[in-house]
Design a protein around this ligand. Structure first.
Ligand code: S3P
Length: 440
């Protein structure tokens, strides 16, 4: 069922002190890795968005015991590396590329047959980027034209370790290869051209695997020793910086606002947006920096103020890959042009986010251009006129970005469907309303 919604400029500033749901990347990994560990892992702060619930259901179907005790508090009893059982039915990964791609890695090195599908958005997304390297371990795949889901997987009985250089900077592809390597004899090596989020590496170590990381040119080489004994180990999931981005940018754009988000994950491979906003002159302050569950976290306070346009280099893209739509919204209110370089990967997200972000802004009177793989937003030093209808194409981050734009724009912004916000940020609407946002 679609859920259209309009966002209006509030009459009073946004204010409040909040937390956001758990990190999506870490939540998927926590369920998957704990599902392969021996013993019981307790997870707190797990994101209970639809994407992660799909991973929980898939891990159950593969033999792990997955129990929800209270909101965000889960227990997983794993089957041990190599112990996944053949699922009886098709695995439906919903809207989640991370769930589908990481799971393909796990399944590739287990001697079983599985079929994976997803919703219309996920069924459009490229899977060859994982099936090509994963075939090197001896797994067989059959997919629809263009390597798209549904995908049939015949895992390798005696998986070989993979050596692979990523052609694109993708933490999902890196993670899929490493996960296949868990049940391969010998060392799996992945080279990435630019460092991407390293939650898999950190969490595999946390469960007892041997993972080494070496610098190689502008990137890294990651080596995993195969067939480790993974041992259950409790996990605290930090707040998702990609979710915190929405209330924080809203606070920057609505005059007079001040909002604090507590317990936000600050892994340096995830904080490109905050660095960019800082360069734009945003009032962002960091407090209480600490390490929780092996990841750096802190409290971020955003205070409204003027922004200036900046040039965002392509090598920063992996550390803020999910944040370009909301950055583009901020850029539309800034003084001067913001050029976001090297965004080819945005074309294969939950939607073609490069085209859809440009359309979101253009529909609301902002000046925007796509030049090759770059997005240019010409900010007028004031919020854009608004008044447009935004098509979200089953993409949660476009829906939230459009709603934030509506809080700043002169006229309300209408959004065709906000239902997909549930995939990553359950409770977004009431949380924002609690800060003073106006939706109808
Ligand atoms: C993710 C990696 C990124 C990101 C996605 C989550 C992950 O995708 O866009 O939301 O958890 O590894 P890519 O690896 O395709 O860039």
């Amino acid at each position: 069922m679609t859920k259209p919604l309009s966002a209006y400029r509030p009459t009073i500033p946004l204010a409040g002190d909040i937390t956001v749901p758990g990190d999506k990347s870490i939540s998927h990994r926590a369920l998957m890795f704990a599902g392969l560990a021996i013993g019981e892992t307790r997870i707190s702060g797990l994101l209970e968005g639809e994407d992660v619930l799909r991973t929980a259901a898939a891990m159950r179907a593969l033999g792990a015991e997955v129990t929800r005790d209270a909101p965000g508090a889960w227990r997983v009893s794993g089957v041990g590396v190599g112990g996944l059982r053949e699922p009886e039915d098709v695995l439906d990964m919903g809207n989640s590329g991370t769930a589908a791609r990481l799971l393909a890695g796990l399944l590739a090195s287990h001697p079983l047959f599985a079929v994976m599908t997803g919703d219309a958005s996920l069924r459009r997304r490229p899977m060859r980027r994982v099936t090509e390297p994963l075939a090197l371990c001896g797994a067989h795949f059959a997919a629809r034209a263009g390597g798209r889901l549904p995908l049939a997987i015949e895992g390798a009985a005696e998986a070989l370790p993979i050596e692979y250089r990523l052609p694109v900077a993708s933490a999902q592809v890196k993670s899929a290869v490493l996960l296949a390597g868990l049940n391969a004899r010998g060392a799996t090596r992945v080279e990435e051209p630019v460092p991407t989020r390293d939650h898999s590496e950190n969490m595999l170590r946390h469960f007892g695997a041997t993972v080494t990381v070496e610098a190689a040119g502008s990137g890294r080489v990651i080596t995993l020793a195969g067939q480790p004994e993974l041992t259950a180990s409790d996990i605290v999931v930090p707040g998702d910086p990609s979710s915190a981005a929405f209330p924080l940018v809203a606070a920057l754009l609505v005059p007079g606002s001040r909002v604090t988000v507590r317990g936000v994950g600050l892994n340096p491979l995830r904080t490109g947006l905050f660095q960019t906003l800082h360069e734009m002159g945003a009032g962002l302050a960091l407090a209480n920096e600490r390490v929780e569950g092996g990841e750096p976290v802190g409290d971020i306070t955003a205070t409204a103020g003027e922004l200036i346009g900046v040039d965002v280099p392509p090598e920063r893209a992996p550390s803020m890959i999910d944040e370009y739509p909301i950055l583009a919204v901020a850029a539309a209110t800034a003084r001067g042009t913001t050029r976001m370089r090297g965004l080819a990967e945005l074309r294969v997200k939950e939607s073609d986010r490069l085209a859809a972000t440009a359309a979101l802004l253009a529909a609301n009177g902002a000046r925007v251009e796509i030049e090759g793989d770059d997005l240019l937003v010409h900010g007028a030093g004031a919020p854009p006129p608004g008044g447009g209808m935004v098509e979200t194409h089953m993409d949660h981050r476009l829906a939230m970005s459009a709603l934030v734009l509506g809080l700043a724009a002169a006229a309300p912004v209408r959004v065709d469907d906000t239902a997909f916000i549930e995939t990553s940020f359950p409770g977004f609407i009431p949380l924002m309303t609690g800060l003073g946002a106006c939706f109808a």
